[in-house]
Structures are given as C-alpha cells and as structure tokens.
Design a binder for this molecule. Sequence first.
Ligand code: TXA
Ligand code: MG
Length: 351
Amino acid sequence: MPEILPVNWLPDGRLPASSSAAVQRAADILTRGGLVAIPTETVYGLAALATDAAAVARIFRAKGRPATNPLIVHVADAAMASPLVRVWPQRATTVAAAHWPGPLTLVLPATKLVPEIVRAGGGTVAVRCPQHPVTAALLRLLGQPLAAPSGNRSGMLSPTTAAHVAASLGDAVDLILDGGTCDCGIESTVVDLTTEPPQLLRPGPIDRSTLAASLGCQLLGGSAVDQAASSSGVHRSPGLLLKHYAPEADLEVSSESTARVKQRLKHGERVGWVTLGGHSSSELLQEVGEGMLHHRDLPDEPAGYARQLYACLHDLDRLAVTAIVVETPPRSELWQAVHDRLTRAAHRDAI
Ligand code: TXA
Ligand code: MG
C-alpha cells in the first residue's frame, strides 16, 4: 500500500504545522521525479512535475493511460501558467479572473516548455488553477506546475477520496496526500479557447451558462455523445471518448428504474439502485433476498448529486453488484455534467 498522509487546513486556508510537513514531503518526492496523489476540489489527481518528462511518463504507466491523451497542468496562479502558454487571449484573463482558483480548465496554445508527452504531441496545453488549500500550498511551495490527470486507472471512475486512489493505483503512487472528500466530486469544466467561438470540451462544476456569461460569448459543444460521435480518429479532447469514468458493474440509466431493477433482479443479478430526492426502496427490499439489492438515494440538486455520485458508484462496485440501475436525473442545463458522466459510465462499447 502507498503511504497516505492526512492533511488539513485552517479556515483562512493556511496549513497547520503537521500538514505543512506533509506538503514539504510531497514536494521532495515530486522534485526527485516521484508521483504524489493530490486532493483537489474536483477529484484526486496523480501528480508529477510538469516539466519532468520521465516523471510524467510514470503517470502514463501507473494509469495505463494511452499516450494520445494529454494531461492537465496545474498552476498556483495565472502567472505560473503564462510561460507555458504561447498566446494568452483577453478571454483567458477574464475567465481566469472569474473562476480561478476553481474547477475550470483552459486549453490554450502551448510553448516548448510543456513537454511533448504532457501535450500528447499536440500544440495546446490544458491549464487549471485548483482551489484546494493543500494543493494550492504545494504548488506555491514548489514554484513549479504539476501535470495531474485524475488518480485512477485509465477508463475507471475518478477518485473522490484518498482510499479510492489507493484502491485503484496501489504502489504505483509514492505518496497520497489525504485532504478528505472532494467538494465537487466530478472533474473540472474544460473549455478550449483556441477556437472561435470557444468550445466546451467537458461539462463540469462550472455550468455552461455561467461560463458563457463570464466569457461574454456563446460556446460550442458540450455533449458527450456529440463529441465522441463527431471525432473521427483524431479527438479534440481524447478524454472525451465514451466509456470513461465507468464502474466495474454494468450501468444503465432509466426513467423507469423501479421496473428495470425488478427485471434485473428476476434474472438473478445483484443490483445497485441509485435514485434521487428521497426515493424509498423499502417495499422492494422486503421482496428480495438479502444482499441482492443495494439502494442509494442521492440529493435532488445537481451539485449535491455530483459530489456523491462517484463515491456511490465506487461503493456499489465494492459490494460486487453485477448491475447498477440509475434513475434518470432531471434534464435541465444545470444537470449537464451529471448526465455527461452517467452517459459515459453507461456506454459499453467504445475503448
Ligand atoms: O478536475 C480535473 O480536471 C481533474 C483534477 C485532478 O484536476 N483532472 C482530470 O484530468 O480530470 P484527466 O486527465 O482525467 O482529464 C483531463 C481531460 C481529458 O479529457 C483530456 O483529454 C483533456 O482534459 N485534455 C488535457 N489536455 C488537453 C488539451 N491540450 N487539449 C484538449 N483536451 C485536453
Ligand atoms: Mg480522468
């Protein structure tokens, strides 16, 4: 098992002495080319120094990640991002001022300082300034950017706790900083600012209208299905392949989840049932045998739902259910990121 160091922070964002020592240890490991799992407000990341191509290669090996999928570079502030970016448009300044630090990733033209492996051979770099106080402190201490994809094996669910990272990556990671449960629970919003108009590559905690309002223009894209369907071999954002963020169990989303759960139980499956908004399962639980049905009810507002979604799916996987049936959440725009992740988790064929 990898070493796991608990870290916490004070209400003003500063770290107590024990956590500062843990962050120092993380910085030492990273400086020597090691891999450290870091807490962020979205999901846990698996970090290496962004300018250390050999360390970044270890990230790809640890995750089993295809070399064609570029990494997000995490920075302490816009000033740390600027040497990595060849053209920094006014829109980037505006949107970073509005949402950094926070769950927003900007795709911009890269300079030669960004190693090819980080860019997956492309001409752009994705930059993000995380808000989590521990990772913010680590970035300031290092004074250098960190390349960090989510801290899970490629194609599996992103981790929202240190335990999820340990279960997914084991000894492939040198140290895990345990900063508690991630606040947003799903990955950052990714927007490509190299196109006109800008393109929403991955919906996330910052919703489309909010982002469009801060950019002062309309956005293209944003649907997981459209993105993958329209990409013919070359992916604008390779992580947008379907079948991403998937649990081990076969997941389906249904607007008649009660009926689907009954059907799957009849076929002898062990079922995980995910509802929202205080749905009761007591009747069904009385009908079926012990251990055949595991029910989880999530909040019926999008931020609360997103915060708990991956933890809920991780949990059901651990209970070795064969099927997960998710009641379809509402269709409004604020739910777009949740629908995106559920669509990917339910998709069985691609990659
Ligand atoms: O919230 C997050 O963004 C988390 C935390 C750790 O910061 N990170 C994360 O990284 O989700 P990852 O690697 O799991 O997802 C990054 C996404 C992928 O879909 C990748 O293809 C895309 O961003 N991406 C990275 N660099 C890109 C680039 N230069 N152009 C287009 N897409 C890029
Ligand atoms: Mg990921």
